[in-house]
Design a binder for this molecule. Structure first.
Ligand SMILES: C[S@@+](CC[C@H](N)C(=O)[O-])C[C@H]1O[C@@H](n2cnc3c(N)ncnc32)[C@H](O)[C@@H]1O
Length: 349
């Protein structure tokens, strides 16, 4: 027996038959290998894990009227579904810039688009906040078309490690860029009850903002940790115990959705960056340039509507959407995440 053979061989740890982590759990996370599993999830009206189904694609392409040779911006790259449609319209002529703040999903999308043949000759991807659109224009020149599809992608929501959903256990983070700013758990430790109540009301119209904020601050004062998604969900559940049992579970679910949304808006400064973006849009657009913005809650839609109207009245935009466009009933049926979407557009004079 030689030395090599005598060495003790460590046994490979038994992993069990059941996948444990999110990335091991879903066949859809390897779409190339399991195309049939992906198709099955879509057929059932769901979104395959690790993917994002782009919303209002036809409506957006109709508004943007992209022609070969133009220069445009996808301000919220995500999974790259809208970008891909834009690149097809460019037909290898012109240029698309695409931004996202997410350092985790961005490289994956970049690689996917590159593997489809969309490299730096036609597509420039930057990890950047769209509130800095003026910096992009310094490089790109005036833009013929711009899209912003606000909020979060399905990949972000579905990944428990990001903490966007109370449906699975994970750290209460909620940052689009986890290396910037503070997590939602940290935010809760330093906020007053009045401020938290205001946040729930302003960012998500939460009807039980007083009860929930009181319960959260009381737990924190007692030295209890609210550092995971399910810990926050439990506090909300306890705060709403006064609701009659028949209606309670639905009410808790809705309040959880709203409170998580409110916290996400807060830790990512979503209203502030959207306001900056809207203010900088006219200077970023070429004359006759088109912009489309897809929003997912009333606070965002109000900001977009007000900004478009204001610049229309000043003659800076020559035309804006008379009212918000909603996804078709067919799209809402096949993709539940489309249900609260509203689309608005404007054309620069
Ligand atoms: C709804 S998803 C976009 C999906 C994309 N349109 C598609 O078809 O795959 C929104 C994306 O915008 C990004 N995002 C949100 N706020 C941003 C901001 N202020 N600047 C840049 N990216 C942002 C999020 O990280 C997320 O990836």
């Amino acid at each position: 027996m030689n030395n090599q053979e005598q060495k003790h061989q460590r046994r490979v740890r038994y992993k069990g038959t059941h996948p444990r982590a999110f990335h091991e759990k879903y066949k859809e996370l390897q779409p190339e290998k399991y195309a049939d599993a992906v198709e099955k999830v879509i057929q059932k009206g769901g979104t395959p894990a690790g993917m994002h189904r782009s919303i209002c694609v036809d409506e957006i392409m109709e508004i943007l009227q992209i022609t070969p040779g133009e220069t445009g911006l996808d301000a919220t790259l995500g999974y790259g579904g809208h970008s891909l449609e834009m690149l097809k319209c460019l037909d290898s002529k012109g240029h698309l810039y695409a931004l996202d703040v997410d350092p985790i999903e961005l490289p994956r999308t970049k690689e996917r688009l590159e593997s489809l043949g969309y490299g730096p000759q036609i597509l420039t991807i930057k990890q950047m906040n769209f509130s800095s659109i003026d910096q992009v224009v310094l490089e790109s020149g005036p833009l013929d078309f711009i899209l912003a599809d606000l909020g979060v992608s399905s990949m972000q929501i579905d990944n428990p490690e990001r903490g966007f959903s109370f449906k699975s256990e994970g750290p209460l983070d909620l940052r689009l860029n986890p290396s910037k700013g503070i997590s939602a758990a940290e935010r809760l430790k330093s906020i007053t009850q009045e401020e938290l109540q205001g946040m729930f009301l302003e960012n998500a119209d939460e009807p039980y903002s007083a009860e929930i904020s009181r319960a959260i601050i009381s737990e924190i004062k007692k030295g209890k940790n609210i550092s995971t998604t399910t810990e926050l969900q439990q506090v909300i559940k306890d705060a709403l115990k006064f609701i009659p049992e028949a209606a309670r579970s639905e009410a808790v679910k809705k309040s959880c959705q709203r409170c998580f949304q409110a916290l996400r808006i807060d830790v990512n400064n979503e209203f502030e960056v959207l306001y900056d973006f809207l203010e900088k849009l006219p200077a970023a657009l070429a004359s006759g340039g088109r912009v489309a913005i897809l929003t997912f809650h009333s606070g965002e839609d109000r900001l977009v509507k007000k900004s478009f109207k204001r610049f229309l009245s000043k003659g800076i935009y020559k035309e804006i959407a008379p009212e918000a466009i909603r996804p078709s009933a067919a799209e809402c049926n096949s993709n539940s995440r489309a249900r609260c979407a509203k689309l608005r557009w404007a054309i620069k004079s």
